[in-house]
Ligand binder design. Structure first.
Ligand SMILES: Cc1cc2nc3c(=O)[nH]c(=O)nc-3n(C[C@H](O)[C@H](O)[C@H](O)COP(=O)(O)OP(=O)(O)OC[C@H]3O[C@@H](n4cnc5c(N)ncnc54)[C@H](O)[C@@H]3O)c2cc1C
Length: 656
């Protein structure tokens, strides 16, 4: 593939800068490009992919490949492997692996006032903030994916005629009343988002009213038997179900159902119920220090005396929220997340932790935070979609052919920025758009892409900033969406949300019940629904969080779609038993692979306070390039992405 890209670059060079689009290019050019096409095909690239990249220069003589979006390739409706696909990564990985992209030999395609790298929430918010200050500026936004929004990605599935809307990544506006800054909240208001309305759109009692609860799955490979235990009373960080509606069983009755021996079960009951203080003479500060340097797994086994089998019950519990197993999660974080075992230590709860625990997780559009991205895009590019409210955004049809039609604000997808160079009062930009190299000048740039990639793109960074940026190792995480013809098997099994003790998916649950803007969520178990499956490829035994995430990402790269499908059928069958028939019940599957998912967050098991200060080194502007993205805050939240965008735009406004 990488060689294929090089061949394309050569093909582009072979074509004169100006061609008459009505006539064939010169014969010599034509035959050289034909040779290159054949060589690229021999390298495993399809003829169509190759030509898509160079066809404009060739006046369409070699291909009939469409140069505009066809409706059937409407990104939110694509199934199969989505998210960060191999195609979206190819150019960035080629750059990382040493491939040279000779942008300096290309003619410039012109200039813009602001270039935004990355069309995630941070990049889109940066474009929006900049537009507010500079109404006449020409803004170009580039993103390597085939859809905008970054992690905030919309997913549409169909079961028969029924449209199901769900989220492929960033889920909800979390704890807006306590975690969101005033500038971020004011952006929500400007986008027309009424938080109180979102509270009413989320049906918090749909599942409880049917008597459904959370469950825990035990698998025979580790526990000798496949068993689903319902009525899980364990607290969740950010819960959408009101505590009084959990249908939780009393702790003892719940644990009684675990396929563990009596001693292990008794130890688990004690963990939930007994108030033990392991360090009665220590001050609170000292206890916190101890918990910060101890993993939750070690806390469970060394202090509570849980056997490995009993401790396994909690191993995958932090996967969804932290993308970590219990062996890499500091016990202190487990304590502030409501995990059992800390009730006797007398720890105070920090207000932001209390907010995460207490504020309900219900600020959710049907497509999750993709609606934030869609609202931003519609504000920036009103011609792309009709409407003007948080309600009509839910079903608003977006015309992807118009994303780069307005010369004032253009959003270009499948475009990876590979080079940024400050030169004489502007930034020289090199990027690759659908395999075609391009070059332009930007007066200012907001880099809202992954921090770890910036050192490859900007050669002029200081060594210290390079090092600081490369510490932003992101978590690998996959959301798999399974469209089901109905959810009667779930209702019969008595669960809507299942944590796994060991296995491929750490959590398997029914979608959030949100109806708004003409979209109606499944009302009864007879209706089609989307099941949400979470896979976090981290295993035990790594040096630290970064090493675990890097190894997980590598594994993910070689995991084909079939693997996700196979495990989905297997684990859903173990939960739902013979009531579930994949052939009959599954209407479609979309896999959202996020090799570079959650932004890195400080981990007290491995990071010192000095490490934390590297954040400030990483995001220092470089010449005319300001640096945003949630990576800049070491915080995997939409509000962090917005705050960092606001800061980056502020920094640019101070430039001469
Ligand atoms: C599975 C998942 C679930 C999440 N759930 C929540 C949630 O419920 N609530 C919450 O607040 N947060 C959640 N997050 C965190 C999420 O990261 C933020 O909400 C937010 O979407 C981050 O936005 P961003 O713009 O900083 O980064 P991103 O969304 O990563 O956007 C950056 C974009 O820039 C592109 N890019 C990078 N480098 C380049 C380049 N060189 N050239 C061109 N484009 C480039 C990237 O591919 C990407 O599209 C979740 C994240 C994941 C992965």
């Amino acid at each position: 593939m990488i060689r294929g890209l090089a061949l394309q670059v050569e093909a582009q060079r072979a074509v004169p800068a100006r061609v008459d689009h009505e006539r064939r290019p010169p014969e010599a050019v034509h035959s050289r490009v034909s040779e290159l096409v054949e060589a690229a095909v021999a390298e495993g690239m399809t003829r169509r992919d190759f030509l898509n990249g160079v066809a404009i220069s060739l006046g369409g003589t070699l291909t009939s490949a469409p140069m505009v979006w066809a409706q059937e390739s409407y990104p939110p409706a694509l199934t199969g492997m989505q998210g960060s696909t191999d195609a979206s990564y190819a150019a960035a990985h080629a750059l990382r692996d040493g491939q040279a992209f000779p942008f300096e030999n290309l003619p410039s395609a012109g200039d813009v006032d602001l270039l935004v790298v990355g069309a995630g929430i941070s990049g889109l918010a940066a474009a929006y903030f900049y537009r507010q200050r500079h109404p006449r500026a020409r803004i170009l936004i580039l993103d390597n994916h085939d859809d905008f929004g970054g992690h905030a990605r919309r997913c549409e599935m169909r079961v028969g005629k029924r449209l199901l809307i769900t989220y492929g990544g960033s889920e909800s506006i979390q704890s807006p009343y306590s975690l969101w800054s005033e500038p971020a909240l004011s952006l929500l208001r400007e986008l027309g988002i009424d938080l109180q309305y979102l509270e009413t759109a989320f049906d918090r009692t749909l599942y409880p009213n049917l008597g459904l609860s959370r469950g825990l799955l035990f698998k025979r490979e580790a526990f000798g038997i496949d068993k689903l235990v319902t009525g899980d009373p364990t607290r969740l960080v950010a819960d959408d179900i009101p505590p009084e509606h959990l249908h939780a069983r009393p702790i003892r009755a719940f644990i009684e159902g675990f396929p563990l021996d009596a001693k292990a079960r008794a130890a688990l009951v004690a963990l939930y119920q007994e108030r033990r203080d392991f360090w009665p003479r220590d001050s609170i500060a000292r206890k916190i220090e101890r918990l910060a340097s101890l993993s939750y797994h070690a806390f469970l086994t060394k202090h509570w005396g849980l056997t490995q089998g009993a401790a396994r019950v909690f191993h995958m519990r932090p996967h969804h929220f932290y993308a970590l197993g219990s062996d890499l999660l500091p016990a202190f974080v487990a304590a502030s997340s409501g995990y059992p075992g800390f009730q006797g230590l007398g720890l105070p709860i920090h207000p932001s932790d209390a907010a995460k625990l207490e504020e309900p997780y219900i600020y959710h559009f049907p497509d999750g935070n993709a609606s934030l991205a869609r609202l931003l895009v519609r504000k920036l590019l009103p011609g792309v979609a009709p409407g003007n409210s948080m309600h009509d955004i839910v079903l608003a049809p977006f015309d992807y052919t118009k994303l780069d039609a307005d010369p004032r604000t253009q959003l270009r997808l499948e475009s990876t920025v590979l080079s940024l160079r400050n030169v004489r009062g502007c930034v020289d930009v090199g990027y690759i758009e659908r395999n075609r190299l391009r070059r332009l000048q930007a007066k200012r740039v907001v880099y809202a892409g992954y921090h770890a990639m910036l050192p490859y793109i900007m050669r002029e960074l200081s060594e210290r900033q390079r090092m600081a940026l490369s510490r932003s190792v992101k978590a690998p995480i996959v959301y798999v969406k399974v469209a089901l013809r109905n959810w009667e098997p779930w209702a019969e099994a008595g669960v809507h949300d299942v944590h796994n003790t060991i296995g491929f998916y750490s959590r398997l649950k029914l979608d959030y019940p949100v109806s708004m803007g003409g979209y109606r969520f499944a009302k009864t178990p007879r209706d089609p629904i989307v099941a949400h499956l979470v896979h976090v490829p981290v295993t035990a035994g790594h040096r630290d969080q970064r090493a675990a995430w890097q190894a997980g990402r590598q594994r993910l790269q070689s995991s084909p779609y079939r693997e996700f499908e196979r495990h989905a059928f297997d684990e859903l069958s173990r939960i739902l038993g013979s009531r579930f028939d994949p052939e009959r019940d599954v209407a479609g599957i979309t896999v959202f692979r996020w090799g570079h998912g959650y932004a890195y967050g400080f981990n007290s098991l491995f990071d010192s306070d000095e490490e934390l200060s590297l954040q400030d080194v990483a995001r220092v502007p470089v010449g005319r390039v300001a640096i945003a993205n949630s990576d800049a805050a070491w915080s995997a939240y939409a509000h962090a992405a917005i705050d960092e965008a606001a800061r980056a735009v502020d920094e640019l406004s101070r430039l001469a």
